[in-house]
Design a protein around this ligand. Structure first.
Ligand code: PMP
Length: 426
């Protein structure tokens, strides 16, 4: 039993705790979670359980309290939970790096174990800028991305998030000015491909890299686009001496129906960021992978080191759980499970298309999105989902779900009913 009542916890939370994108002092009333198991979150107020439609923001792909991941954590805890990574190494980090190299697109060979998705993007950008500096081209220091993206909340990633109406608009003018292409259309259009080619060509002398979320733009609007654009980017980057970075933090580890979204286009980026589902949502860890070309380029520079080394880099506990999570994923027919979820989402969300105020319904892999023609009333939509026994976190004009891959058919039907209820009432 918790020492403090739910009311006391909420009062202290309101007074002292900052939540993501939350006001301080808190004006929102969060739900207090007591525990989580499988796909269910147990609430501390005794009102019961909610089916998790969010996988804790793309990460808990195997569900919560999983015996295999628990055992991996327990086992590693008995050896060492952390040790500094400078001058030392250990089996979980080495094994994780090897697993990541083996499972990711061919050619990605070197792994930097970062401690959050945003930091993995910072590291990716640093790698690219340093690569060109090492090659005697220090003028190549800007980034190109397409509007509508999201790459994290730390300084450099903020500069490549959607600049208009995005989450970091407050900082326009303070952040580094990047080059923005229009958002990619859902279907392939030669005119848009040409727009990308010409922007890359025009800015090539100052561009270090193009950075994009492949196939799915997540937190910037939950938009899907044709994988063919990734090939266009690869060709244009090669033609103009620009590096290509894929941010697979949300899309990685099977979410879109491929292990990594880059596979939909059979493209290898020069640098790739992963995070979120890397540890099955258990612990904070992310990684930046790069090719031998990038690593060798940096090593040949006047300053031949990548000057980045967070205290918790390569954390053994997180690495051990990440290894277990990846092995669990690869050891099962994950593709069939994601296809099953995709079919369930398509069937269940079809009903949303006819609701008043619904502009679009889209599904890809284990991702389902209902877009409204108005800003969602977050409180009303969340409460409607909770009444259906489901946890969702709508934002802007979107009600969306990315359930754990282990969600059974009955729970999946419950999730899609909840999305429809939230769309009706939000
Ligand atoms: N890139 C993408 C595509 C993301 O979805 C996120 C997280 N929403 C990030 C980067 C940042 O990751 P983190 O929240 O772990 O810093």
């Amino acid at each position: 039993m918790p020492e403090r009542s739910v009311a006391e916890l909420l009062e202290l939370d309101r007074r002292h705790v900052w939540h993501p994108y939350g006001p301080m002092p808190g004006r929102q009333e969060p739900l207090v979670v007591e525990s989580a198991s499988g796909v269910r979150l147990r609430l501390a107020d005794g009102s019961g359980e909610l089916v998790d439609g969010m996988s804790s923001w793309w990460s808990a792909i195997h569900g919560y309290n999983h015996p295999v991941l628990n055992e991996a954590a327990r086992e590693q805890l008995g050896r060492m939970s952390h040790v500094m990574f400078g001058g030392l190494t250990h089996e979980p980090a080495v094994r994780l790096a090897k697993l990541l190299v083996d499972m990711s697109p061919d050619g990605l060979e070197h792994v930097f174990l970062a401690d959050s998705g945003s930091v993995s993007v910072e590291v990716a950008v640093k790698m690219c800028l340093q690569y060109w500096r090492s090659l005697g081209r220090p003028g190549k220091q800007r980034l190109l991305t397409w509007r509508g993206g999201y790459h994290g909340d730390t300084w450099q990633p903020m500069s490549v998030c959607d600049p208009e109406g995005g989450m970091h608009e407050l900082w326009t003018g303070v952040l580094q000015r990047q080059v923005f292409a229009d958002p990619p259309p859902a279907e392939y259009a030669e005119a848009y491909a040409e727009h990308l080619r010409s922007l890359i060509g025009r800015h090539a002398e100052e561009l270090a890299a193009v950075i994009v979320e492949p196939v799915v733009q997540g937190a910037g609007g939950m938009r899907f686009h044709s994988p063919a654009y990734l090939r266009v980017l690869r060709e244009a980057c090669d033609a103009h001496d620009v590096l290509l970075v894929f941010d697979e933090i949300a899309t990685g580890f099977g979410r879109t129906g491929a292990l990594f979204a880059a596979e939909h286009a059979a493209v290898t980026p020069d640098v790739m960021c992963v995070g979120k589902a890397l540890t099955g949502g258990y612990l904070t860890m992310a990684a930046t992978l790069c090719t031998a070309r990038v690593a060798d380029g940096i090593s040949r520079g006047e300053v031949p080191v990548l000057a980045h080394g967070p205290t918790f880099m390569g954390n053994p506990l997180a690495a051990a759980v990440a290894c277990a999570s990846i092995e669990l994923l690869l050891g099962q027919d994950w593709r069939t499970e994601v296809e099953r979820i995709e079919a369930g989402l398509r069937e269940g969300l079809a009903a949303a298309s006819d609701l008043p105020g619904v502009k679009d319904v889209r599904v890809l892999g284990a991702i389902g999105v209902v877009q409204l023609d108005h800003a969602v009333d977050m409180k009303a939509a969340t409460e409607a989902a909770v009444r259906e026994g489901v946890w969702l976190r709508p934002f802007r004009d979107l009600i969306y779900t990315m359930p754990p891959f282990v969600t059974g058919d009955a729970d999946l039907a419950r999730i899609t009913r909840a999305v429809c209820a939230a769309a009706r009432e939000g």
